[in-house]
Design a protein around this ligand. Structure first.
Ligand code: ATP
Ligand code: K
Ligand code: MG
Length: 712
């Protein structure tokens, strides 16, 4: 395979560092959103066939309110066939339209995801995978046939055939098919930026990938299901509303049934059509019809913000979050932590330090480890490779890095060479009677105060003499724009806490630079989990944002776990949301969408119930005026005739569903005010509006209907 002319990822990474402006994860801080789909004639027309299909009783039974309307419409159809009248046929027709408008609003909401799903499907059509066989040769197979733990090889120009983890190499990857962002990102083995997504494209270099998804379970598969609404489950809030709607339906069914004998006593037996019309006007059809659309539109808005959620529940919970915990490296910073300098201890030769740092990093597959070997080479220090060392030395053992030990290194011919966090390495040499010299401690503090990560290099000789050779400065860059965004979270009443495995001084520096409210340093994965449990025990809802495998337990335990797309497969699996832009402040948008979803549903429920009350006063007087002319004064609206009053109410009832579809899809405008303030305002606007609207609407419709002959 020829090298493509694209700059290699290593060049990019180096360049990144040189000008201090990381290309490592470009665009990941931008809050770009895809253009939201609009409600147009074409989108409505496209949704119509699906809306008709949704009229099947099997589907309708999930919405008891709309199912009641369906049964009523069927009943009126039968009556109208048996004994046709203009009034009966008109009411029947509008009842059918009421049901249709309900399914239509749902179909329109779903339609917005369909186009996106189609383009996602297209992104992996005909992708072949270069599968590595046990004997080392490769064989081409269709990407869709890849199974868990298959090993594939991708080179510049290849589309990555499925989700996986890079086990060898580093590459720049174009993830625009899933993120909409065309600037390349760096993905590499070993660290917290090792995951790749099927359907994205390798731009430079060569990587070996272990597949982490079964067929049909890939990220793009999940995204397709999500935007198509195939994985929708009722959230606890939706279930509560469902119970309310069922109760109201039963209550009004009883009210309507009991009205009939009363009216009959008065000598004005109402026709079944009138009773059905009355029932439909009284039950909360508006909210019953719009609930699915509101939920789908909320998920859709999340996708527009490049966030994928596995459950609607998490989205709604996000609306009530009070604490946000964030991992530092790879979440607040780019996670492109690289060695930038070596500082020997006073009595140690600089080359000796660099050699030791290099040797103990040869087997360290983390990006930090590799960057140390690279920097050593830059400083002109090279030597035997790992294989040669292994062959030529006795007692050879690799000590891999782990987030719990915070140290890594090699045992070589009785020598133990280590590097790691200052506190850990100091404790390590102390075991052998060594100590950390003052100038090293000073250097550690100095690097930390700048927000860098100091690593101490130490060795214990064959003779058991332990010494600290010096310090490596690892530097990382805080993603831009954090300060203002964290201030915004504070305004929303959300406390931000950074939890990091790094030392307290570095943590403090980065916390100050990013503007988080609080921080916890030297945290192990267990500590991260414990912090979440503690917050939850205090009755707070907690969100956690992270990227590393060491964040996975915390991401799983949090009420809302948001994984960075740049992170490891373990982190993404544990979280209930993935942010494709790897932006830790995306929680602002997620919280906003969650709150908006709850507010929209609340507002439309208020409107719907208020509306039904008003309709009651429009219809009931009309029912009885024939029997009790004295009731005529109850007919405050001065509607033309009882029949036109009833038909007008039914028509209004249907039209209000369509009129509110745009609001259901767009969501009620959300402002960063307290929940109580928002509730009060909405009760006023939507409650009062819901009371007044029917009087005006029904009056206008009645005026128009009274012009039609045959009704009245
Ligand atoms: N490859 C490595 N070898 C030795 N020590 C390392 C290595 N990488 C990191 N360390 C040390 O271990 C500490 C903990 O690392 P870890 O990756 O758990 O947390 P972190 O990345 O610093 O913080 P965060 O939890 O915010 O991602 C680091 O602060 C550093 O001092
Ligand atoms: K109604
Ligand atoms: Mg991390």
């Amino acid at each position: 395979m020829t090298r493509s002319s694209t700059a290699s990822a290593s060049d990019l990474a180096a360049q990144t560092y040189a000008d201090g402006n990381p290309l490592g994860t470009p665009g990941e801080h931008k809050h770009h959103t895809k253009a939201p789909a609009k409600l147009t004639i074409t989108s409505v027309a496209a949704a119509l066939p699906l809306a008709v299909r949704k009229l099947s009783p099997r589907q309708m039974i999930h919405s008891p309110v709309m199912f009641t309307v369906l049964v009523g419409a069927a009943l009126c159809t039968a009556i109208s066939l048996y004994r046709p009248s203009v009034f009966g046929i008109a009411v029947t027709a509008w009842l059918w339209l009421t049901v249709l408008f309900g399914t239509l609003s749902e179909s329109i909401a779903e339609g917005r995801g369909k186009a996106q799903a189609d383009s996602l499907r297209a992104s992996r059509k005909g992708v072949t995978a270069r599968l590595r066989q046990p004997d080392g040769t490769t064989r081409d197979i269709p990407g869709t046939e890849l199974r868990l733990n298959d090993i594939v090889i991708c080179e510049a120009g290849d589309v990555i055939p499925s989700d996986g983890e890079i086990i060898e190499g580093l590459a720049s990857v174009d993830e625009s098919t899933i993120t909409g962002e065309s600037a390349p990102v760096i993905r590499e083995s070993g660290g917290d930026r090792s995951s790749v997504t099927g359907g994205t494209k390798v731009l430079s270099d060569r990587i070996v990938i272990r597949i982490t998804a079964e067929p049909g379970q890939t990220f793009i598969d999940r995204m397709i299901k999500l935007v198509e609404g195939a994985v929708r489950q009722k959230t606890p809030n939706e279930i509560a509303l469902h119970v309310l709607l069922v109760s109201l339906t039963i209550v009004f069914l009883a009210v309507t049934m009991s009205l009939a004998p009363f009216a009959a006593l008065a000598g004005a037996t109402p026709s079944p059509i009138v009773l059905v019309a009355l029932l439909v006007c009284l039950i909360p059809t508006t909210i019953g019809a719009l609930v699915p659309a509101i939920g789908i539109a909320g998920m859709d808005r999340l996708v527009q913000h490049n966030v994928l959620a596995t459950s609607g529940r998490a989205v709604e919970t996000a609306g009530d979050i009070t604490t946000l915990l964030l991992d530092k490296t790879g979440t607040i910073t780019y996670g492109n932590r690289r060695a930038v300098n070596f500082f020997p201890a006073d009595h140690v030769d600089r080359t000796q330090l660099i050699e030791a740092a290099r040797v103990c990093s040869l087997a360290d597959e983390t990006p930090e480890g590799r960057s140390i070997v690279d920097l050593a080479a830059d400083k002109g220090v090279t030597g035997s490779d790992l294989a040669t060392l292994e062959r030529s030395s006795g007692n050879f053992a690799v000590v891999p890095f782990s987030a719990s030990t915070r140290m890594s290194g090699l045992d070589l011919d009785g020598r133990q060479i280590r590097k790691g966090a200052a506190s850990t390495v100091t404790a390590f040499v102390a075991e052998y009677g060594g100590h950390s010299p003052a100038e090293v401690d000073h250097r550690v503090t100095e690097i930390s105060a700048k927000g860098g990560t100091p690593l101490l290099v130490a060795q214990v000789g064959k003779d058991g003499r332990a010494e600290i050779l010096g310090t490596i400065h690892l530097a990382d860059v805080v993603k831009p724009g954090m300060h203002a965004r964290f201030a915004e979270l504070r305004q929303m009443g959300i406390r931000t806490v950074m939890i990091t495995g790094d030392n307290p001084i570095t943590a403090k520096a980065i916390a100050a630079e990013a503007g988080v409210d609080d921080f916890l340093a030297e945290a192990t994965p267990e500590d991260k989990l414990a912090v979440i449990k503690k917050e939850q025990a205090a009755g707070r809802l907690v969100a956690m944002t992270g990227d590393g495998t060491n964040d996975a337990p915390a991401l799983a335990a949090a009420d809302v776990g948001v994984a960075m797309n740049s992170g490891t497969p373990a982190a993404k699996d544990a979280a209930n949301m993935v942010d494709l832009d790897s932006d830790p402040t995306k929680l602002i948008n997620i919280v906003g969408i969650g709150k908006q979803l709850l507010i929209t549903r609340g507002a439309l429920t208020t409107f719907s119930v208020a509306n039904d009350v008003a309709k009651y006063f429009a219809i009931v007087p009309a029912l009885f005026t024939a029997a009790f002319p004295g009731l005529g004064l109850l007919n405050i609206m001065g509607l033309a005739t009882p029949s036109s009053a009833i038909l007008s109410a039914v028509i209004f009832n249907a039209l209000i569903i369509i009129a509110l579809v745009p609001l259901a899809l767009r969501g009620v405008k959300y402002r960063a005010v307290s929940a109580n303030q928002a509730l009060g305002r909405n009760l006023l606007i939507y409650g009062l509006g819901g009371l007044i609207a029917p009087f005006i609407g029904i009056k206008i419709i009645d005026l128009m209907i009274s012009l039609i002959p045959g009704i009245g």
